[in-house]
Design a protein around this ligand. Sequence first.
Ligand code: ZN
Length: 431
Amino acid sequence: MTSRWPAPPLPLLPDRGLPVRLYDTATGFTVPTAPDRVARMYVCGITPYDATHLGHATTYIAFDLLNRAWRDGGHDVRYVQNVTDVDDPLLERAAATGRDWRELAGEQTDLFADDMVALAVLPPDSYVGAVDAIPLVVEATQRLLAAGHAYPLPGHERPEGGTEPDGDIYFSVHADPRFGSISGLDEASMIEVFAERGGDPERPGKKHPLDCLLWRVARPGEPSWDGGTLGHGRPGWHIECTAIALHHLGMTFDVQGGGSDLVFPHHEMGAAEGHLLAGSWPYARAYAHVGMVGLDGHKMSKSRGNLVLVSQLRRDGAEPAAIRLAILSHHYRSDWEWTPFALDRANLRLATWRAALAAGDSGPADEHLLLALRERLADDLDAPGAVKAVDRWAASQLAAPPSVPQDDRRHPVGAERLAGLAIRALLGVEV
Ligand code: ZN
């Protein structure tokens, strides 16, 4: 298992938070989450070939809010995240820059962890690399093959020249009668999106254009591992997450999370594989997706190169709490544009909140703020609503005359204002 990053302090709050409702992509409804004491969440991790950009930060901060709200509500949270530390984009980047792919993956995984620590994101309980998960993927693929839900592809000539070897294993997506139920896309749209997002609808020999790769047999010059009866090779992407989620969380976990660009094909394919491996459904009770962050009119993406990196903002002197607050002023499901003003606004807001905290002591206003934050987060993680509640509380604190003489306003050692504890515990903003 990849070593996870250290956890930030998480203040304990009085009483209990509220049950969280979340918008479920599959049903289109806002649904209750986590009916049991143990709340289980899987959030798809990064492919470590380029540092954390604001799109990543927005995704992991959104699910961090859920993690915090669940804990505040008394749940034991089981949070699993993967790192796709061997995959085509990583190998291509390594080859293009003359680097060793392992070195590149290790360096970028460390940088991601540093960014998560700076942004006060609670670490997953299990943080699993694709390379570590290979035995799980091999076993899952063998079971799908044995059940007739997967098949090996014969070798063939590539249209662009060269040959593909025998034995890549593909998953028959339509073996799951519920295939399509997460994204709700029609087949033509699925094929189009599949091609755009790393799929290979036109690969000769497949039984259906949407069938996806489970195991890629070894090619010269590519890393490979012993796959037992599958031969040497490396895992496909979707099965990596499914095998890790089923092993570490078990079937029907509470929330499958990720960016909205993972709805199809990644979460659709992963759920279909999960349904067939477990022989039951649903794979997850809710599928939650985070909107895309744009820059200059385009979605921030590695392929376009229009990235704002968290590490670069930090090097330029941005306070991580301000980066986090700038992100939290947008609802997690909306698509939004990053502008340099976002940080200015967050800095101003942070200064106001800090001044308000210094202006008085815990009282009824702090208790009301705690209630408001819990209510807003329970309502589909309404972070902008929570931020506005803090703004209103801060304005009231700064407008009111100090309740005690100036000299006595310092807090006793170790006693922090309830408002400060609530902001830190629920929003993860260091005030
Ligand atoms: Zn995934």
